[in-house]
Design a protein around this ligand. Structure first.
Ligand code: TYD
Ligand code: MG
Length: 453
């Protein structure tokens, strides 16, 4: 008898026995028994061909890499690493309602217009509903085939018969493999469906895009459990109240990870934002204390964003530390360094930090900009409006230069900034018209920017 295995529906970790709390992610009540692929009769599509290995040296070096297809939506093409690679498996994750179906219907139409035979399989909406959405998006003329299916075997049969070059599966959580004995949306089902679809993509040379809803609910498996199976993992992020949406590559076998594409949700679908810096800074009013512009790099592209900090006396015995769009552990570190190396305490003060526009930042190069925003808020002193800040802070209080310093400076200059504060070291190149301040440690920065501190 096959050994029983258990896995967590939140993070996908596997265990040999059940427990109430996942050791991997700490989630309660998220572990359930796997039915696994080995349970039940083997599915037809897996076949029984024997593998025939080839010598690495026999692979022709002259063979050109497979041609990629550009869809014409520049933001999407770039995130994919320069177009769609044939026979690739792509996962698009995101919160429910963020706009995944909208994005993929638009993408399917664009790829179809670029000459790819495209099939859009919806497991969530009836074909008529998808058509209604297409009407709203002005895509009714696009040569995309629609299917409303949830049975995996039927879908694979359809794919085999139709032989599309690109298939969109919306969503992986609605797929149902009849050889797996558990409900749609469970870890075993999601894993089995993703595995079958990925295998199919490689065998038949079809590019398959799978949609996965991100969920904290233990009942439904999130996209995490299939991340390792696919070639490319994209997350569609954004704040509900904001119209900006960011498509981020968190894994890509065919391009740079961390690449982002920026979109705006409008009444007629998603439109591309080709100059995100201008957009993120467009809501910026008069400079006020606590507001600092950070010159960041997302993937291969520089992006300027506004950081906002608020520091106020706390009525609580344990002051609040609230962060939106950045890492709260990193904020605690910066506060500790400011206190230990520069003698600036934040005890008894509530600290709020927000990245404007619904953007999420993970670069350590934001450290110095965060420190500047915190100090500016604490001292109630605004930084000059036309200044960008970036650089990494180490625990010793020393500043480390950020990668791609020159690109950051060029973007700042392009958007009309006239001054930059960045750590000494790092290649600045020649960026005309930008006044550079180059502190080597945090204490020096505090002294120069905020007087004695
Ligand atoms: P949807 O693509 O259905 O989200 P998901 O597939 O990620 O669950 O998008 C749903 C939201 O997008 C919905 O709240 C309405 C909004 N929307 C627009 O604002 N404009 C549009 O043209 C469309 C199609 C949707
Ligand atoms: Mg949807």
């Amino acid at each position: 008898m096959a050994k029983k295995t258990f896995s967590c529906s939140a993070c996908g970790a596997s265990f040999s026995k059940w427990s109430g709390r996942c050791e991997g992610c700490g989630e309660w009540n998220s572990i359930s028994q796997d039915a696994g692929l080995s349970a039940g009769p083997p599915s037809k599509s897996l076949g029984n061909r024997r593998g025939s290995p080839v010598q690495l040296s026999d692979l022709s070096t002259e063979e050109a890499p497979p041609p990629r297809t550009l869809c014409g939506m520049g933001e999407l093409d770039r995130v994919l690493g320069g177009g769609l690679v044939p026979a690739s498996a792509i996962l698009v994750g995101g919160d429910p309602g963020i706009g995944k179906s909208t994005l993929l219907l638009q993408a399917a139409a664009q790829f179809a217009r670029s000459g790819l035979k495209t099939l859009y399989v919806s497991g969530e909406e009836a074909a008529a509903q998808v058509r209604m959405r297409a009407q709203r998006l002005g895509l009714t003329e696009a040569p995309v085939k629609l299917a409303a299916e949830t049975n995996l075997r039927d879908i694979l049969t359809t794919l085999e018969a139709e032989k599309p070059q690109l298939a969109v599966i919306d969503s992986i959580q609605t797929m149902w493999a009849d050889n797996v004995d558990s409900a749609p949306g469970s870890v075993s089902q999601v894993r089995a469906a993703a595995h079958e679809l990925t295998t199919f993509a490689k065998r038949h040379g079809v590019s398959i895009v799978m949609v996965g809803h991100v969920t904290k609910e233990g009942q439904i498996a999130g996209p995490r459990v299939v991340e390792h199976m696919v070639d490319t993992v994209l997350y569609f992020e954004g704040e509900r109240g904001h119209q900006f949406r960011i498509l981020r590559a968190v894994k890509n076998r065919f391009g740079a990870a961390d690449e982002i594409g920026v979109f705006e949700m409008t009444g007629a679908g998603l439109s591309e934002v080709t100059n995100p810096s201008a957009l993120f800074l467009s809501e910026r009013g008069e400079t006020s204390p606590g507001s600092v512009v950070f010159a960041g790099i997302e993937g291969t592209r520089p992006v300027l964003v506004e950081l906002q900090a608020l520091v106020a006396p706390s009525p609580h015995s344990q002051p609040r530390r609230t962060v939106v769009g950045w890492d709260s552990g990193r904020l605690a570190m910066i506060l500790a360094v400011l206190e230990a190396r520069c003698g600036i305490p934040f005890a008894g003060l509530d600290v709020y930090l927000n990245v404007a526009g619904g953007m999420k930042i993970s670069e350590p190069a934001a450290d110095l900009a965060v420190a500047a925003a915190l100090l500016s808020a604490r001292e109630d002193a605004a930084l000059p409006a036309d200044t960008v800040v970036f650089g990494e802070i180490s625990l010793s209080g020393a500043l480390r230069p950020a990668s791609q310093t020159e690109n950051r400076l060029k973007e700042a200059q392009k958007l009309g900034f006239t001054a930059a504060i960045a750590p000494a070291g790092g290649k600045t190149g020649t960026v005309a018209g930008l006044q550079l301040t180059r502190p080597s440690d945090l204490a020096g920065f505090v002294g120069e920017t905020f007087g004695a501190g």
